[in-house]
Design a protein around this ligand. Structure first.
Ligand code: PLP
Ligand code: MN
Length: 371
């Protein structure tokens, strides 16, 4: 069951039922345009990560601004976003299991589908699924570009694995993924630039091992909202795959530099004050079930006198600074999510507003699509 729509086009923000996921369209459009023009100026393809917004409407805006395709993190997420008209999807994850691979092949019959591997046994599973379904799947080897996560660490294995993919029926070897998650949030820009340089060098070493075997390496993809500027100047990748830039969040706001100055906060959780028990404390109707706290508490937009300090399932505690202005009963506050992607996944609807008026109520198409 889908939750009721919290608003209708034409409503003022005061009428939106809370808690609601709210997107400021002017800021969203500016962010989409800014990333598109930077990628273009840097001569690199842009493949935004749609796990951030899970919305076919936002994917459409990214594609209209020049994105070559999108990334999704899950097979069901990709399926849910096909309504955007996307023709080229990278599922930037390791997909296995018979039923799931059959679904993956189902998508590959309609659009270009690429996915990741780092393991010869996995290559055999992917190939069997492609053969079973009469589909072709394109494959990138995920390398560990310095963050010690899912990627292949031993670069000596990259060439032989690329050969195995190249020979496997139903598979086409496409290149490399060298994304580094934790590096996106290195606070000091110089340290982050050094990390991006190190990742670029690893990616080029892996590419050279592939080229030395006479294979081509058409794609090297990686980079996120924190590193894309450095990735563009390194020129090791052929495409970047940032996600959070469309919305931004408190965690990205804590990076000391650039991207947070380039991209505006466009995502909020609109909450109402439902209780004013004391002079210095109020409670709002947004808690753990409408926020995500893995990266800390949300901020309160344009209210430095207010601090969101604690959340229960459905309520949040907001403390008022000594000289602060106490919000009134029923007053609305715009909370700034600490981590945009999982916060979006809490809502069925996204209320898109411009100048305080609702323009669209968009479904979060891939909400809950974790399989
Ligand atoms: N690519 C991959 C594989 C990711 O996992 C993510 C996010 O975690 C991104 C790209 C997008 O990164 P960001 O949201 O930091 O721009
Ligand atoms: Mn994230």
């Amino acid at each position: 069951m889908t939750a009721p729509r919290p608003a209708s086009p034409g409503d003022t923000l005061d009428r939106v039922e809370t808690p609601a996921l709210v997107v400021d369209l002017d800021a969203l459009e500016a962010n989409i345009a800014a990333m598109a023009s930077r990628a273009k100026a840097g001569g690199m393809a842009l493949r935004p990560h749609a796990k951030t917004h899970k919305s076919a409407e936002i994917a459409k805006l990214q594609l209209a601004a020049g994105a070559i395709g999108i990334c999704a993190q899950k097979v069901s997420e990709a399926e849910a976003l096909l309504g955007s008209g996307v023709k080229d999807v990278l599922i930037s994850n390791h997909i296995l299991g018979e039923a799931k691979l059959d679904r993956l092949c189902g998508i590959a019959k309609h659009v270009r589908v690429t996915t990741l591997t780092s393991d010869a046994a996995h290559v055999a599973m992917l190939s069997q699924a492609a053969a079973r379904n009469g589909a072709e799947i394109e494959i990138l080897i995920e390398i560990d570009a310095g963050d010690a996560r899912m990627g292949l660490q031993n670069l000596n294995q990259v060439g032989p694995l690329a050969q195995a993919i190249d020979k496997a029926p139903g598979l086409r070897f496409r290149g490399l993924q060298a994304y580094t998650g934790p590096f996106q949030h290195i606070r000091d820009p110089e340290e982050r630039a050094d990390a991006a340089l190190a990742s670029a060098e690893i990616a080029l070493e892996a590419r050279d091992a592939i080229l030395a075997l006479g294979l081509s390496c058409e794609t090297i993809t990686g980079g996120g909202t924190g590193s894309f500027d450095y990735d563009l100047s390194e020129q090791a990748f052929t495409e970047i795959q940032p996600g959070s830039y469309v919305f931004m969040d408190m965690d990205y706001g804590r990076n000391e530099d650039g991207p947070s100055e380039v991209f505006r906060q466009s995502l909020f959780v609109l909450a109402s004050v439902i209780r004013v028990p004391e002079k210095r404390v109020v409670y709002v109707d947004a808690g753990v079930k409408s926020l995500n706290l893995d990266s800390g508490m949300p901020g309160v937009h344009e209210r430095t006198d207010l601090a969101f300090t604690k959340a229960s399932d459905e309520q949040g505690r907001v403390e008022i600074a000594t000289k602060g202005q106490a919000p009134k009963l029923g007053e609305r506050l715009l909370l700034v999510p600490s981590h945009c992607d999982p916060t979006v996944n809490q809502f069925d609807w996204m209320v898109a507003v411009r100048n305080g008026r609702v323009e669209h109520v968009w479904p979060v198409d891939a909400r809950g699509c974790v399989i």
